[in-house]
Write a protein that binds this ligand. Structure first.
Ligand code: SF4
Length: 201
C-alpha cells in the first residue's frame, strides 16, 4: 500500500515536472503564460465562495482568501487587497491549505509503556487524557511555593516562587497566534517556567 502510494506520488511528480518543463520551454520561446496561469487558478476555485481571512501563523497578520466549495476548503492564497501583504504570503503562510486539508495528517499516536519493548497504537483522545493526567500528577507533586538560598553576601534568602520546574513545554511551528496565547496562559497559571515556542516573527 505504502509502495503503491509512493509510486503514484512519484508518477504524479514526474508528470508535474514534465508540465513545468514544457511551460518553461514555452515561456523561453517568448509565449506569455500569465493568462494561462490565471485561467488555471480560476478553474481551481470555480464556483467557490471566497472568505476573507487572516493567516493564523504569526503577528505580521497577512490577509488570505479562503475558497470554499460545498463546505470544503479548496484553496487558500494571499489577499491582493491587503496593504500588509498585497497578495503575497511567506512559505509558511502559503502552506496554510495543507494545515486544513492534509491526507497525511496523523490521527493516531504510538505509545510504549514503561519497560515495554513494543509500541502500541492509540488514538489522540487517549493521548490527550494521558498527558493531562500526567501534568496534574507532576504538578501536584512538584509545585514549590518558595525557594531557600543565599544572596551574594551569603545571607539566607527566602523567595516566593510558586513554580513547577519538572514540566517543560515545547511549542511547534503550526501553533497559531490565538492558540499560543491560550497555551502560554495555561502553563503560566500552572507555574511552568520552561516554555519555548518555535516561530516568532
Ligand atoms: S506566517 Fe507568513 S504569511 Fe503568515 S502572517 Fe506571518 S509572514 Fe504572513
Amino acid at each position: 500500500m505504502g509502495d503503491q502510494f509512493t509510486q503514484t506520488s512519484r508518477r504524479q511528480f514526474f508528470r508535474g515536472a514534465g508540465v513545468a518543463a514544457g511551460a518553461g520551454t514555452l515561456a523561453g520561446l517568448g509565449f506569455d503564460l500569465k493568462p494561462v496561469q490565471a485561467a488555471a487558478t480560476k478553474l481551481k476555485i470555480k464556483g467557490a465562495r471566497e472568505v476573507p481571512s487572516i493567516c493564523p501563523y504569526c503577528a505580521v497578520g497577512c490577509a488570505q482568501i479562503v475558497s470554499v466549495r460545498q463546505g470544503e476548503i479548496v484553496n487558500i492564497e494571499g489577499h491582493p487587497d491587503s496593504p500588509i501583504n498585497r497578495g503575497t504570503l511567506c512559505p509558511k503562510g502559503s502552506a496554510t491549505f495543507q494545515l486544513a486539508v492534509n491526507p497525511n495528517r496523523l490521527t493516531k499516536v504510538k505509545y510504549r509503556a514503561p519497560h515495554a519493548t513494543e509500541w502500541e497504537e492509540r488514538d489522540l483522545d487517549w493521548a490527550m487524557d494521558r498527558i493531562a493526567q500526567r501534568v496534574k500528577e507532576t504538578r501536584d507533586r512538584d509545585l514549590r511555593d518558595s525557594w531557600e538560598g543565599k544572596d551574594r553576601d551569603g545571607k539566607p534568602l527566602h523567595k516566593r516562587v510558586n513554580h513547577c520546574s519538572t514540566i517543560a513545554s515545547l511549542g511547534g511551528a503550526t501553533m497559531d497566534n490565538e492558540w499560543n496565547y491560550a497555551h502560554l496562559k495555561l502553563w503560566r497559571a500552572l507555574g511552568l517556567i520552561w516554555l519555548e515556542n518555535q516561530a516568532r516573527i
